[in-house]
Design a protein around this ligand. Structure first.
Ligand SMILES: Nc1ncnc2c1ncn2[C@@H]1O[C@H](COP(=O)(O)OP(=O)(O)OP(=O)(O)O)[C@@H](O)[C@H]1O
Length: 269
């Protein structure tokens, strides 16, 4: 269980996240929504401790994440895998090696320096690539892939971290509608098939309503809505997005099926 309690993250005088409190039970697929600048990114980065909380606490299964330092903080970052809008792959390295990077936290330094990956980690990485229909790309340089393929590699890397929670920061912001659906289906699959909690920032309200079982709405750093997608009325959505309401509710793809996206159904776009 993730507990965010009175969390504030300031940059100078500005509170990018302002006294945010909520809990996320294991296995949830929670969308964080709100207009640009609402604090969604900072919230996720603070939970991962890429940004430093100014006040409040983050607890995960009783562990005080806010107090972690050094090795324990590195371990937390491995348990809370980030997925970024710009994929954050190492472009000159091949796909398999990029996925194996997700195993670094489990390896002694000498092994990672030599890139002497254990066979079982290689098998795990290949299996993760297979999950998302991109095993055939294992030997290709990451910078030769399309955006949708790169994001699937990033999701495979997150999966081999064997995290407790995935923090996805606008994972589809750079993608076209077809790849948006493929990547959101991949996240849904991780959530439903592997039971990994997903906390996902999304600009598009339609997309958030389609994929998430709960929405947290932010405005000016504060949590202003927390509930089921069905509870988010058009009136609340308009308030949340202000003049962006129509744009936010524009037509977006729906999940592959009502349940878990089938294994290996995403085309290697
Ligand atoms: N490193 C930083 N230094 C100073 N101000 C920052 C920093 N990061 C974020 N901010 C400010 O904090 C506020 C919230 O930003 P944040 O990126 O968290 O919002 P967001 O909801 O994720 O927006 P977007 O959807 O555009 O990414 C913004 O006003 C932003 O300018």
């Amino acid at each position: 269980m993730l507990v965010v309690d009175g969390l504030t993250c300031r940059f100078g005088a500005k509170a990018a996240v302002d006294d945010a409190s909520f809990e996320v039970s294991p296995g949830g697929f929670v969308g964080v929504i709100g207009r640009s600048g609402a604090g969604k990114s900072t919230l996720l980065r603070t939970i991962n401790r890429l940004a430093t909380p100014s006040q409040g606490r983050i607890l995960f299964d009783g562990l005080d994440v806010t107090a972690l330092r050094g090795k324990e903080l590195r371990q937390w970052r491995a348990r809370s895998a980030m997925i970024f809008q710009q994929f954050n792959l190492v472009g000159r390295l091949d796909v398999l090696t990029n996925v194996l990077m997700g195993r670094l936290a489990t390896m002694p330094a000498w092994r990672s320096l030599l890139q002497a990956w254990p066979e079982q980690d290689k098998a795990l990485a290949m299996s993760a690539l297979e999950q998302f229909d991109i095993a055939s790309l294992a030997a290709q340089r990451a910078d030769q892939l399309s955006g949708g393929q790169q994001q699937r590699v990033a999701i495979a890397r997150a999966l081999v971290q064997q995290p407790d929670i995935i923090l996805a920061d606008e994972p589809i912001a750079s993608l076209d509608p077809r790849n948006t659906k493929i990547v959101m289906d991949a996240l849904l699959r991780i959530n439903k098939h592997f039971g990994i909690t997903v906390l996902c920032n999304l600009h598009s309200l339609d997309l958030a309503r389609s994929y998430c079982d709960r929405l947290i709405g932010m405005a000016a750093g504060r949590v202003v809505f927390d509930g089921a997608p069905s509870a988010l009325t058009d009136q609340v959505a308009r308030e949340l997005y202000d003049l962006e309401a129509n744009e936010a509710m524009g037509g977006m793809p729906v999940p592959a099926s009502a349940g878990v996206p089938a294994l290996g159904t995403a085309a290697a776009a």
